[in-house]
Design a protein. Structure first.
Length: 410
């Protein structure tokens, strides 16, 4: 039972646009894990979607200065001129893409950028192609906006990446968008220029399809992987592409709620119409902080990357040492998405048969007090996601418990 059913029981009928959408599985697992923790059980939660670092001091200082200066009022609808300038410069400096100030928009997190974009463009029945596994919000937002998510499975053998033939086959006259997320939440897989090229060629042949890219984890890549954004590879797609990014993950600013995007002027204007009736503008103080995040020193990113890489290696090798699990080494982000096909069909010490990845993750929570998220929450089974944005000590203990719990299955 999710919260929505509880609401209905109390005599409240929600609008049909959210009827099919339950409370996120990730939040449900988080709630169960927290409840067990409150009972005094030693639960380790490997579900966090945010870095365990602090927001840099120079960014905090910029926010404090903004408050003292009186930057505490409504700002321009979709971003202050200072922040839009910093974003435009960031796109040029880091991505080699020219977005003019009026081709940039700022919102309350990249999540609101996605919302604004789909609300502004998707008509009932319009299709949005989403490679799977996908960040859960994508399909829910598309559905709330009346669209149809077209989910294309991309398994570990495919490197969790969409192939050109799959994209070509999925495109119909109703396709409005295709959405790429590299590096990906939940798989950590990333598209190199060579991976993107054939996909962009397909899009060149289908001018009615728009390209949305979520580059949120751009700064968290390993082993010299060269991050690239599609519009930099194929500028001919720029007039029908939305390049989304934000400060949440790179600068450990999830609570500040600032996301941004570059796109064609007409789309940016349409997105502002939605925002004008939703939030009026992003937080003034957070925007001032984000100017400093983008314009200030960037050298700390390397250290954080190294720390995440160390933890990635620890998790991947521990998972691959467990018979029945198979974990691909991710190129970026702070998640592993490990296959657990070898656990399906096994029986727990309490006699319960593991039929699906969600049974396996339930077992890990109940038997080993480790909370991870099943692949089914991201549209691809049988897998499970670990977020390694937590201390090395907790990761080591959690992986020891997972190994022991797996050994207890028969
Ligand atoms: C792939 C991806 N895109 C976007 C977001 C949203 O970020 P924001 O905090 O800017 O809303 C997340 C957050 O988990 C994410 O994983």
């Amino acid at each position: 039972m999710n919260d929505q059913t509880k609401i209905e029981e109390a005599g409240f009928v929600p609008a049909s646009r959210i009827a099919a959408i339950g409370v996120s599985k990730i939040l449900q697992i988080g709630a169960r894990a927290s409840a067990r923790k409150k009972e005094g059980l030693p639960v380790i939660i490997l579900g966090a979607g945010e870095p365990d670092f602090d927001t840099p001091d120079n960014v905090k200082a910029a926010a404090k200065a903004a408050i003292d200066k009186g930057d505490t009022k409504y700002t321009a609808l979709d971003g202050t001129p200072e922040l839009k300038k910093a974003i435009s410069e960031k796109f040029r400096r880091e991505n080699g893409v020219d977005y003019a100030i009026d081709e940039v928009t700022v919102a309350t997190g990249a999540k609101q950028i996605l919302f604004n974009a789909f609300m502004a463009t998707v008509n009932p029945g319009d299709e949005v192609i989403i490679p799977t596994p996908y960040w859960t919000s994508y399909s829910d937002i598309v559905e709330i906006c009346g669209g149809v998510p077209v989910l294309i499975p991309c398994d570990a053998e495919a490197g969790f990446r969409l192939k050109a033939e799959q994209l070509e086959k999925a495109i119909t006259p109703k396709t409005r968008w295709v959405l790429f997320n590299s590096p990906s939440n939940p798989s950590g897989a990333a598209y190199s220029e060579a991976d993107y090229r054939p996909l962009l060629d397909v899009l060149l042949r289908h001018p009615h399809v728009w390209l949305m890219v979520d580059d949120m984890y751009e700064h968290i890549v390993y082993d010299g992987f060269k991050f690239v954004t599609p519009v930099a590879i194929e500028p001919r797609l720029k007039s029908r592409a939305l390049t989304i990014n934000g400060v949440s993950k790179a600068y450990a600013m999830t609570g500040w709620r600032i996301g941004y995007a570059g796109g064609p002027k007409a789309l940016i204007k349409a997105m502002a119409v939605i925002q004008s009736q939703a939030t009026s503008c992003p937080s003034s103080v957070s925007q001032a902080a984000s100017v400093e995040a983008l314009n200030g020193p960037q050298d700390f990113l390397k250290d954080r990357q190294a720390s995440f890489k160390h933890r990635r290696d620890l998790v991947v090798s521990a998972l691959n040492a467990i018979p029945g699990l198979a974990c691909r080494t991710p190129e970026g982000a702070f998640y592993t998405f490990s296959g657990c096909a070898g656990m399906i069909g096994k029986t727990t010490p309490k006699g319960k048969r593991i039929e699906a990845d969600s049974d396996f993750t339930d077992y890990l929570l109940e038997d080993a007090n480790v909370a991870v998220v099943p692949g089914s929450a991201f549209g691809l089974s049988p897998y499970f996601r670990i977020s390694y944005a937590t201390s090395e000590a907790e990761l080591t203990e959690a992986l020891k418990r997972i190994a022991e719990a797996c050994a207890r299955l028969s």
